[in-house]
Design a protein around this ligand. Sequence first.
Ligand code: GDP
Length: 432
Amino acid sequence: MRDGDTIVALSSGSVPSGVAVIRLSGPASGPVLEAMLGALPQPRRLLLAEIGLDGRLFDRGLVAWFPGPHSFTGEDCAELQVHGSPAVVRGLLRALAARPGLRLAEAGEFTRRAFENGKLDLTEVEGLGDLIEAETEAQRRQAFARMSGHLSAQLESWRESLLDARAEIEAQLDFSDEGDVGELPAHFAGSLRLLLRELEGAIDTVGRGRIIREGLRVALAGPPNVGKSSLLNALAKSDVAIVTDEPGTTRDVREVAVDLGGQLVILVDMAGLRDTDSKAEAEGVRRARAEIAQADLVLWLRAPDVPDVRPEAAAAPVWRLATKADLGAAAGGVDMAISTHSGQGLAELLERLAGFAAATTAGQAPLLSRERDLAALQAAQGSLGEALGRLDDPEIAAEALRRATHALERLLGRMDAEAVLDRLFSAFCIGK
Ligand code: GDP
């Protein structure tokens, strides 16, 4: 009976630490606190107490009691704030998990219960996950808004409009049996068209939202030996760019994530581009081309000691950089000259990159940022467009409106949420 289980986990970060927070959720939370303290503490107030169980004293700390439904999960919950000592935490967790009805929580299980009890919808769960992962200020703002239900409210209002429209069409269908087919009100098509434009406007923001969430991809490109790796290392070492992640290396592409003025920027160094007979190298070149195609900005490098090649075609803006400026000027027009040896131009390049990132993501942080968002809104947009095209046939129009509503409900997690949840929670930490 997993559903009736009470779950327990360390919810704060790894020990040793100053304080550790152990969290419980489920029906046994109250009885455990009574066993520890002799009585339940006042709800939602911190109580300083000796923390022990079954005759064993572990620590002195703070205890909080959150009876359901006014808790994070909606169930009875408790939190124990103890010293962040491995021995205290391990001892307490073992003692708690050994009690009947209690067990250690799985990754994301507290949040799953919050979702199942209607405390959070799916987009809010995603926002919470994003907030915990947020590295930059822009990511934090975006995640906080999503977690706080701003996207849910928008989706809910679109959904209501669709439901109203469907009700009007269906009322007409009902009347049609009585030979009294009323005309749809004059404003009807107009308000659906307005809704369609809102959906289209929202779809247009997904790209910006994606850049905030996943980072602005800057591809360092050019023939071999122009100084791509040297530039990446120099940029990542500067005090201006805070490296947010361990650099990742796929076979031919090396990425470094940096925080530039509160915006996540992914610098991508790739195999040098040149025509080649070697198979392995050809694969590297293929990947480099794919990177350039999906980059948000391309830095095309040329150096005085390396024969120039024609820049790859890119959808994104391309900045032409002359590297190794300490060796002399590169031939041809360039936007900037830099040298990783003398440091020339590096500060200016970083400043320009930060400016570009800020301009790309300027304005209110878009709430839409995921593939799932895009797919749902495009589905709703398509179905709504179909309904608008078939207002002559109320049955077909009503059915199309129903599909549009479902697309939004799926995004909110009101239907088909399981697969999304499983994937999402597998990335959550234990204790969240
Ligand atoms: P990549 O193949 O494009 O990644 O190029 P690398 O970063 O490996 O650099 C190729 C060569 O150019 C190395 O020997 C570097 O030391 C040298 N190099 C890189 N940047 C500079 C620079 O600013 N000035 C000079 N003089 N040499 C550089």
